[in-house]
Design a binder for this molecule. Structure first.
Ligand code: BDR
Ligand code: CA
Length: 313
Protein backbone atom coordinates (compact mmCIF):
# COMPACT_ATOMS: atom_id res chain seq x y z
CA UNK A 1 0.00 0.00 0.00
CA UNK A 2 1.44 3.40 -0.91
CA UNK A 3 2.15 5.81 1.90
CA UNK A 4 -0.39 8.69 2.00
CA UNK A 5 1.20 12.12 1.92
CA UNK A 6 0.16 15.76 1.87
CA UNK A 7 2.75 18.10 0.33
CA UNK A 8 2.90 21.58 1.87
CA UNK A 9 4.97 23.75 -0.42
CA UNK A 10 5.99 27.12 -1.90
CA UNK A 11 6.95 26.18 -5.47
CA UNK A 12 9.74 27.13 -6.19
CA UNK A 13 11.78 25.16 -8.77
CA UNK A 14 13.11 22.66 -6.23
CA UNK A 15 9.63 22.26 -4.74
CA UNK A 16 8.36 21.55 -8.26
CA UNK A 17 10.96 18.83 -8.75
CA UNK A 18 9.95 17.30 -5.41
CA UNK A 19 6.28 17.30 -6.43
CA UNK A 20 7.12 15.67 -9.77
CA UNK A 21 9.22 13.04 -8.04
CA UNK A 22 6.32 12.19 -5.71
CA UNK A 23 3.77 12.09 -8.54
CA UNK A 24 6.10 9.77 -10.46
CA UNK A 25 6.10 7.28 -7.58
CA UNK A 26 2.49 6.05 -7.19
CA UNK A 27 3.55 2.60 -5.99
CA UNK A 28 5.19 4.09 -2.92
CA UNK A 29 3.41 7.43 -2.46
CA UNK A 30 -0.21 8.51 -2.74
CA UNK A 31 -0.29 12.31 -2.97
CA UNK A 32 -3.61 13.16 -1.34
CA UNK A 33 -3.29 16.89 -1.90
CA UNK A 34 -0.91 19.79 -2.29
CA UNK A 35 -1.16 22.87 -0.10
CA UNK A 36 0.56 26.11 -1.05
CA UNK A 37 2.06 28.47 1.51
CA UNK A 38 3.66 31.90 1.18
CA UNK A 39 7.44 31.63 1.00
CA UNK A 40 9.67 31.74 -2.05
CA UNK A 41 7.16 34.17 -3.55
CA UNK A 42 3.63 35.22 -2.59
CA UNK A 43 0.84 32.70 -2.03
CA UNK A 44 -0.95 33.46 -5.30
CA UNK A 45 2.07 32.56 -7.44
CA UNK A 46 2.95 29.52 -5.31
CA UNK A 47 -0.59 28.11 -5.63
CA UNK A 48 -0.56 28.81 -9.36
CA UNK A 49 2.79 27.08 -9.74
CA UNK A 50 1.63 24.01 -7.82
CA UNK A 51 -1.27 23.67 -10.28
CA UNK A 52 1.08 24.03 -13.26
CA UNK A 53 3.32 21.26 -11.93
CA UNK A 54 0.43 18.88 -11.32
CA UNK A 55 -0.67 19.45 -14.91
CA UNK A 56 2.86 18.96 -16.23
CA UNK A 57 2.70 15.48 -14.70
CA UNK A 58 -0.80 14.98 -16.18
CA UNK A 59 -2.15 14.43 -12.68
CA UNK A 60 -5.18 16.70 -12.88
CA UNK A 61 -6.78 14.54 -10.18
CA UNK A 62 -4.49 15.86 -7.42
CA UNK A 63 -6.23 18.74 -5.60
CA UNK A 64 -4.32 21.94 -4.88
CA UNK A 65 -5.22 24.21 -1.96
CA UNK A 66 -4.04 27.62 -0.85
CA UNK A 67 -3.05 28.02 2.79
CA UNK A 68 -1.64 31.03 4.62
CA UNK A 69 -0.61 34.19 2.78
CA UNK A 70 1.85 35.36 5.44
CA UNK A 71 3.82 34.06 8.43
CA UNK A 72 2.20 33.90 11.87
CA UNK A 73 3.81 36.98 13.36
CA UNK A 74 6.15 38.52 10.81
CA UNK A 75 6.13 40.26 7.50
CA UNK A 76 6.75 37.83 4.65
CA UNK A 77 10.33 37.51 3.40
CA UNK A 78 10.52 36.15 -0.18
CA UNK A 79 13.27 34.89 -2.49
CA UNK A 80 12.59 36.24 -5.99
CA UNK A 81 16.36 36.73 -6.25
CA UNK A 82 16.68 32.93 -6.45
CA UNK A 83 13.41 31.74 -7.98
CA UNK A 84 12.45 34.66 -10.27
CA UNK A 85 9.39 36.90 -10.08
CA UNK A 86 6.86 34.07 -10.58
CA UNK A 87 8.72 31.68 -8.27
CA UNK A 88 9.00 29.17 -11.12
CA UNK A 89 10.98 31.01 -13.77
CA UNK A 90 12.81 28.86 -16.32
CA UNK A 91 10.39 26.57 -18.16
CA UNK A 92 7.56 27.89 -20.29
CA UNK A 93 4.61 26.13 -18.65
CA UNK A 94 1.03 26.88 -19.72
CA UNK A 95 -1.37 28.65 -17.37
CA UNK A 96 -3.11 26.02 -15.22
CA UNK A 97 -6.60 24.82 -16.03
CA UNK A 98 -7.43 22.84 -12.88
CA UNK A 99 -9.23 24.93 -10.28
CA UNK A 100 -7.75 25.91 -6.96
CA UNK A 101 -9.81 24.17 -4.27
CA UNK A 102 -12.14 26.51 -2.40
CA UNK A 103 -11.39 25.07 1.07
CA UNK A 104 -8.59 26.83 2.99
CA UNK A 105 -5.42 24.74 3.01
CA UNK A 106 -5.19 24.71 6.81
CA UNK A 107 -8.73 23.32 7.09
CA UNK A 108 -7.93 20.73 4.43
CA UNK A 109 -4.95 19.52 6.49
CA UNK A 110 -7.05 19.34 9.66
CA UNK A 111 -10.03 17.61 8.02
CA UNK A 112 -7.87 15.08 6.22
CA UNK A 113 -5.96 14.13 9.36
CA UNK A 114 -9.08 13.97 11.53
CA UNK A 115 -10.98 11.78 9.04
CA UNK A 116 -8.20 9.30 8.28
CA UNK A 117 -7.10 6.52 10.56
CA UNK A 118 -4.51 7.91 13.01
CA UNK A 119 -0.90 7.42 11.96
CA UNK A 120 -1.62 6.96 8.26
CA UNK A 121 -0.82 10.40 6.82
CA UNK A 122 2.65 11.90 6.43
CA UNK A 123 3.13 15.65 6.00
CA UNK A 124 5.91 16.61 3.60
CA UNK A 125 6.88 20.23 4.15
CA UNK A 126 8.93 22.02 1.53
CA UNK A 127 8.41 25.63 2.63
CA UNK A 128 7.82 27.77 5.72
CA UNK A 129 5.85 25.87 8.35
CA UNK A 130 2.99 28.37 8.69
CA UNK A 131 0.18 26.09 7.48
CA UNK A 132 1.22 23.17 9.66
CA UNK A 133 1.58 25.35 12.77
CA UNK A 134 -1.76 27.04 12.15
CA UNK A 135 -3.40 23.63 11.75
CA UNK A 136 -1.80 22.44 15.02
CA UNK A 137 -3.07 25.53 16.81
CA UNK A 138 -6.57 25.35 15.37
CA UNK A 139 -6.93 21.59 16.03
CA UNK A 140 -4.26 20.32 18.45
CA UNK A 141 -5.62 16.76 18.23
CA UNK A 142 -4.02 16.39 14.79
CA UNK A 143 -0.55 16.12 16.41
CA UNK A 144 -1.08 12.54 17.57
CA UNK A 145 -2.66 11.58 14.25
CA UNK A 146 0.29 12.58 12.04
CA UNK A 147 2.37 9.56 10.95
CA UNK A 148 5.46 11.71 10.40
CA UNK A 149 6.47 15.20 9.38
CA UNK A 150 9.31 15.08 6.86
CA UNK A 151 10.61 18.57 6.30
CA UNK A 152 13.19 20.38 4.25
CA UNK A 153 14.44 23.09 6.54
CA UNK A 154 17.15 24.17 8.89
CA UNK A 155 20.91 24.00 8.93
CA UNK A 156 23.48 23.40 11.58
CA UNK A 157 26.90 22.28 10.40
CA UNK A 158 26.56 24.21 7.12
CA UNK A 159 24.99 27.24 8.83
CA UNK A 160 22.47 29.47 7.11
CA UNK A 161 21.59 30.46 3.56
CA UNK A 162 19.33 33.49 4.15
CA UNK A 163 21.26 34.76 7.18
CA UNK A 164 24.58 33.45 8.52
CA UNK A 165 22.60 31.45 11.08
CA UNK A 166 19.30 30.51 9.49
CA UNK A 167 17.93 28.50 6.59
CA UNK A 168 15.17 30.18 4.52
CA UNK A 169 12.13 27.99 5.35
CA UNK A 170 12.68 28.31 9.08
CA UNK A 171 13.72 31.96 8.96
CA UNK A 172 10.55 33.03 7.15
CA UNK A 173 8.34 31.79 9.99
CA UNK A 174 10.38 30.83 13.05
CA UNK A 175 7.36 30.91 15.37
CA UNK A 176 5.61 28.37 13.15
CA UNK A 177 8.71 26.18 13.08
CA UNK A 178 8.83 26.36 16.88
CA UNK A 179 5.20 25.19 17.15
CA UNK A 180 5.90 22.30 14.80
CA UNK A 181 9.11 21.22 16.54
CA UNK A 182 7.27 21.05 19.87
CA UNK A 183 4.16 19.23 18.59
CA UNK A 184 5.22 15.72 19.56
CA UNK A 185 4.72 14.08 16.14
CA UNK A 186 7.68 12.15 14.69
CA UNK A 187 9.80 14.60 12.68
CA UNK A 188 12.55 13.99 10.13
CA UNK A 189 14.60 16.98 8.96
CA UNK A 190 16.49 17.28 5.67
CA UNK A 191 18.58 20.39 6.34
CA UNK A 192 21.15 22.30 4.28
CA UNK A 193 23.76 19.94 5.76
CA UNK A 194 22.29 17.29 3.44
CA UNK A 195 21.08 19.40 0.53
CA UNK A 196 24.46 21.07 0.05
CA UNK A 197 25.81 17.57 -0.71
CA UNK A 198 23.12 16.92 -3.34
CA UNK A 199 24.54 19.11 -6.10
CA UNK A 200 23.00 19.34 -9.56
CA UNK A 201 26.22 19.20 -11.57
CA UNK A 202 26.13 19.69 -15.38
CA UNK A 203 26.32 15.89 -15.93
CA UNK A 204 23.39 15.23 -13.67
CA UNK A 205 21.31 17.97 -15.31
CA UNK A 206 22.24 16.68 -18.77
CA UNK A 207 21.02 13.19 -17.83
CA UNK A 208 17.65 14.69 -16.91
CA UNK A 209 17.42 16.67 -20.16
CA UNK A 210 18.40 13.59 -22.15
CA UNK A 211 15.36 11.71 -20.87
CA UNK A 212 13.67 13.46 -23.78
CA UNK A 213 10.28 13.89 -22.08
CA UNK A 214 8.45 17.14 -21.30
CA UNK A 215 9.00 16.79 -17.57
CA UNK A 216 12.74 16.25 -17.97
CA UNK A 217 13.00 19.32 -20.18
CA UNK A 218 11.00 21.40 -17.70
CA UNK A 219 13.11 20.23 -14.74
CA UNK A 220 16.28 21.03 -16.66
CA UNK A 221 14.97 24.53 -17.44
CA UNK A 222 13.86 25.09 -13.85
CA UNK A 223 17.13 24.06 -12.26
CA UNK A 224 19.23 25.86 -14.86
CA UNK A 225 17.39 29.03 -13.87
CA UNK A 226 17.43 28.62 -10.07
CA UNK A 227 21.02 27.40 -9.83
CA UNK A 228 22.45 30.62 -11.29
CA UNK A 229 22.24 32.42 -7.97
CA UNK A 230 23.69 29.54 -5.94
CA UNK A 231 26.53 28.79 -8.36
CA UNK A 232 27.75 32.35 -7.97
CA UNK A 233 27.20 32.34 -4.25
CA UNK A 234 29.01 29.10 -3.44
CA UNK A 235 31.35 28.65 -6.41
CA UNK A 236 30.67 24.90 -6.48
CA UNK A 237 30.44 22.61 -9.51
CA UNK A 238 26.69 22.26 -8.98
CA UNK A 239 23.98 24.02 -7.01
CA UNK A 240 22.39 22.41 -3.94
CA UNK A 241 19.04 20.73 -4.52
CA UNK A 242 16.82 21.00 -1.45
CA UNK A 243 13.18 19.93 -1.43
CA UNK A 244 13.37 16.70 -3.47
CA UNK A 245 15.44 15.19 -0.65
CA UNK A 246 12.18 14.93 1.33
CA UNK A 247 10.63 12.71 -1.32
CA UNK A 248 13.86 10.77 -1.82
CA UNK A 249 13.92 10.08 1.92
CA UNK A 250 10.41 8.61 1.72
CA UNK A 251 11.32 6.49 -1.29
CA UNK A 252 14.78 5.35 -0.21
CA UNK A 253 15.63 6.32 3.39
CA UNK A 254 18.98 4.55 3.25
CA UNK A 255 20.28 7.36 1.01
CA UNK A 256 20.49 9.48 4.17
CA UNK A 257 22.23 9.32 7.53
CA UNK A 258 21.58 11.26 10.67
CA UNK A 259 20.57 10.91 14.29
CA UNK A 260 17.67 11.38 16.61
CA UNK A 261 18.29 14.45 18.74
CA UNK A 262 16.86 17.69 20.08
CA UNK A 263 16.23 20.53 17.64
CA UNK A 264 15.10 23.90 19.02
CA UNK A 265 14.23 27.00 16.99
CA UNK A 266 15.65 30.39 17.91
CA UNK A 267 12.78 32.90 18.07
CA UNK A 268 14.23 35.67 20.25
CA UNK A 269 17.63 36.81 19.01
CA UNK A 270 17.60 39.09 15.97
CA UNK A 271 21.15 37.95 15.18
CA UNK A 272 20.36 34.23 15.01
CA UNK A 273 16.60 34.33 14.36
CA UNK A 274 15.33 31.07 12.88
CA UNK A 275 18.45 29.08 13.68
CA UNK A 276 17.82 25.34 14.12
CA UNK A 277 19.89 24.73 17.25
CA UNK A 278 20.63 21.02 16.97
CA UNK A 279 21.91 19.02 19.92
CA UNK A 280 23.69 16.56 17.62
CA UNK A 281 26.11 15.43 20.33
CA UNK A 282 23.42 15.12 23.02
CA UNK A 283 25.04 17.64 25.34
CA UNK A 284 21.69 18.59 26.87
CA UNK A 285 19.08 16.35 28.38
CA UNK A 286 16.43 17.90 26.15
CA UNK A 287 13.82 15.67 24.58
CA UNK A 288 14.91 14.12 21.25
CA UNK A 289 12.19 15.54 19.02
CA UNK A 290 13.61 15.00 15.51
CA UNK A 291 15.75 12.82 13.32
CA UNK A 292 18.27 15.29 11.95
CA UNK A 293 19.89 14.11 8.73
CA UNK A 294 23.47 15.09 8.14
CA UNK A 295 24.65 13.14 5.08
CA UNK A 296 23.11 12.25 1.73
CA UNK A 297 24.28 9.96 -1.08
CA UNK A 298 24.30 12.34 -4.06
CA UNK A 299 24.90 9.70 -6.76
CA UNK A 300 22.16 7.50 -5.34
CA UNK A 301 19.82 10.48 -5.08
CA UNK A 302 20.31 11.58 -8.72
CA UNK A 303 19.94 7.98 -9.94
CA UNK A 304 16.60 7.79 -8.17
CA UNK A 305 15.44 11.24 -9.32
CA UNK A 306 16.35 10.60 -12.95
CA UNK A 307 14.73 7.19 -12.96
CA UNK A 308 11.50 8.64 -11.50
CA UNK A 309 11.37 11.63 -13.87
CA UNK A 310 11.70 9.19 -16.79
CA UNK A 311 8.29 7.76 -15.85
CA UNK A 312 6.51 11.09 -16.39
CA UNK A 313 5.07 12.53 -19.62
C1 BDR B 1 14.54 26.20 0.86
O1 BDR B 1 14.21 27.55 0.57
C2 BDR B 1 13.56 27.64 -0.66
O2 BDR B 1 14.07 28.72 -1.39
C3 BDR B 1 13.70 26.33 -1.34
O3 BDR B 1 12.54 26.03 -2.10
C4 BDR B 1 13.87 25.35 -0.20
O4 BDR B 1 12.63 24.90 0.28
C5 BDR B 1 16.05 26.07 0.93
O5 BDR B 1 16.56 26.88 1.92
CA1 CA C 1 10.58 25.24 -0.94
Amino acid sequence: MPRKIIIDTDPGQDDAVAILMALASPEELEVLGIVAVAGNVGLHHNANNARKVVELACRHDVPVYAGCARPMRRALVTAEHVHGDTGLNGPDLPAPTIPLQSQHGVDYIIDTLMRAEAGTITLCTLGPLTNIAMALIKEPRIAERIAEIVMMGGAYFEVGNITPAAEFNIYVDPEAADVVMRCGAPITILPLDVTHQIQSTPDRLAAILNLGNKSGQAVHAMLTFSETFDLQKYGWAGAPLHDPTVIAYLLQPDLFEGRHCNVTIETASELTMGMTVTDYWHVTGKIRNATYMRHGDADGFYRLLTERLARLP
